[in-house]
Design a protein around this ligand. Structure first.
Ligand SMILES: [Zn+2]
Length: 118
């Protein structure tokens, strides 16, 4: 998995491939698109998760019992370990006065986009 860190003053987020506004602050919160997998809010709240990738990582994190520094491991660490580089996670850090972190995961596999254009 590749990670791109962004600082933004809102949690609004658009798919970098097809342009759908997947995460929205005010309207219906989550809009799907073929590339969007889901969002992790504040490091623990899962939204979307179309293919259960976040839930799977959360389960794997819970199973880490004999790992040193277990309490410092995060769902994002597990995703980074298990997903290949066709997955891109955008780590969005919103500063005060409305502090928020969200992690928006996309599958950039070319085959998904090719199906859209056929
Ligand atoms: Zn898309």
């Amino acid at each position: 998995m590749q990670i791109i860190r962004i600082t933004s003053d809102s949690i609004n987020f658009w798919c970098p491939i097809c342009g759908v506004k997947n995460v929205s602050q005010w309207e219906e919160h989550i809009q799907p698109c073929p590339h969007y997998e889901g969002t992790l809010v504040l490091g623990e709240f899962i939204e979307g998760d179309k293919n259960g990738i976040f839930a799977d990582a959360q389960d794997k994190l819970a199973e880490q019992v004999d790992v040193p520094n277990k309490n410092e491991l995060t769902i994002i660490d597990i995703l980074g370990r298990d997903l290949n580089d066709t997955y891109v996670g955008f780590y969005v850090d919103a500063p005060a006065p409305n502090p928020q972190t969200s992690f928006n995961l996309y599958n950039t596999d070319w085959h998904i986009t090719r199906k859209l254009t056929e």
